[in-house]
Design a protein around this ligand. Structure first.
Ligand code: GAR
Length: 210
């Protein structure tokens, strides 16, 4: 059983999908703590309801990004995790922090990376007139939303769709592919190598749509 720490800043619907997949035994791992940088979020409530340690580390209490990331690293390392999962964690992480967890930190991003790094991905996909949009699970590297891809899922963008509707459709995809990637990682099937990502020792495609 791998020890998993989840970082989030909000609703935690991806956390819920992961809780469900650990409880069903599909993921060979246990979420040992959930850490939020924001107080009173639904994600912390979901953790508590599942009997998981729900911890708050409010970034507002820190003078610098480095000071916050140092404190966060200490809090995480106290849990001795095998895997760190970013699930709607809306903070840019320092390179030192990211390097410390290289090869054992995953993120989900609401776009078909390398398209639309950063924020407001759904509106940007609509504005660009894209015919499809989706989400990506990737290993975290110091480049923001730039780490090697593990899995993507897409939905068609219907004419007249709003950003909110598209977000709901993409979230459903996220709840499918994030537990699958975590299942692979916890089964020891997924690795970050110098050339990219391997699944069962087989190299995955280096990038999404370019
Ligand atoms: C998800 O759509 C996730 O992809 C996105 O935040 C949402 C969190 O939803 N993450 C990012 O934008 C990271 N840059 P949730 O709290 O319901 O899981």
């Amino acid at each position: 059983q791998k020890r998993i720490v989840v970082l989030l800043s909000g609703s935690g619907s991806n956390l819920q999908a992961l809780i469900d997949a650990t409880q069903s035994g599909r993921i060979q791992g246990r979420i040992v703590a959930v850490i939020s940088n924001k107080p009173d979020v639904k994600g912390l409530e979901r953790a508590q309801d599942a009997g998981i340690a729900a911890l708050l580390l409010d970034h507002k209490g820190f003078d610098s990004r480095e000071a916050f990331d140092d404190a966060l690293q200490q809090l995480i390392d106290r849990q001795a995790p095998d895997l760190i999962i970013l699930a709607g964690f809306m903070r840019i992480l320092t390179a030192g922090f990211v390097r410390h967890y290289l090869g054992r930190m995953l993120n989900i991003h609401p776009s078909l990376l390398p398209k639309y790094k950063g924020l407001h991905t759904h509106q940007r996909a609509i504005d660009a007139g894209d015919s499809e949009h989706g989400c990506t699970v990737h290993f975290v590297t110091p480049e923001l939303d730039g780490g090697p891809l593990i899995l993507q899922a897409s939905v068609p963008v219907e004419a007249g769709t709003s950003a909110d509707q598209l977000q709901q459709q993409v979230l459903k995809c996220e709840h499918h592919i994030y537990p699958l990637a975590v299942e692979w990682f916890c089964a020891g099937r997924l690795s970050l190598t110098t050339t990219g990502v391997t699944l069962d020792g087989i190299q995955l495609p280096a990038s999404g749509q370019r």
